[in-house]
Design a protein around this ligand. Structure first.
Ligand SMILES: CC(C)(COP(=O)(O)OP(=O)(O)OC[C@H]1O[C@@H](n2cnc3c(N)ncnc32)[C@H](O)[C@@H]1OP(=O)(O)O)[C@@H](O)C(=O)NCCC(=O)NCCS
Length: 150
């Protein structure tokens, strides 16, 4: 039987341990300490995807007036390629537009093609590079921005 599409909801502080577990399982994800996720739950936007009450993934962003910045988007390894990031990204963009953000920014490893294709699908456009920005391995960061329709 096909799985139901995930339900998307705002994270609470109780979600931070699960966020850390799936983030740490994803080598290509950005890695932040618990305090950073707690700060984003309190002052930014953290959305969680669940199916049958089970945690499947999250997206988080700083939400400074007018300009948001995605800090991470991660889907649990066993549930990749099932449209969960699609749902998370649509929900994040909807919230950013509702709250009158004019741009959403992010940076990603050059080699992270699944994430780059995801961002490009949602109209993020490459706006620059930071040369040799990442370590282990050394790699460029690609900077993306998405302008709101509003
Ligand atoms: C990037 C990531 C979040 C995508 O999650 P997902 O739930 O598997 O993605 P979806 O199934 O919703 O796919 C959405 C779109 O992403 C892109 N995509 C996802 N996986 C892809 C892959 N393996 N190769 C190419 N494009 C891919 C496609 O554009 C896809 O749209 P399509 O199905 O219409 O082609 C997931 O691969 C992940 O968690 N990666 C590890 C963490 C990470 O690197 N995050 C980025 C930090 S900057």
């Amino acid at each position: 039987m096909p799985l139901m599409p995930p339900a998307i909801r705002s994270a609470t502080l109780d979600d931070v341990p699960m966020i850390l577990i799936i983030e740490q399982q994803a080598a290509s994800a950005a890695h932040w300490p618990a305090e950073e996720y707690e700060r984003l739950v309190k002052t930014g936007v953290v959305l969680v995807a669940e199916q049958a009450g089970q945690f499947r993934g999250f997206v988080c962003a700083k939400a400074v007036v007018g300009e948001w910045e995605i800090e991470n988007v991660v889907v649990a390894t066993e549930f990749l390629c099932q449209g969960i990031a699609n749902q998370l990204m649509q929900a994040l963009i909807e919230q950013a537009e509702k709250r009158a953000a004019s741009r959403i920014l992010l940076e990603v490893r050059e080699s992270n093609l699944p994430a780059r294709r995801l961002y490009e699908k949602y109209a993020f456009r490459e706006v620059g590079r930071r040369r040799k920005y990442y370590r282990n391995p050394v790699e460029d960061a690609v900077l993306y921005a998405r302008r709101s329709r509003i």
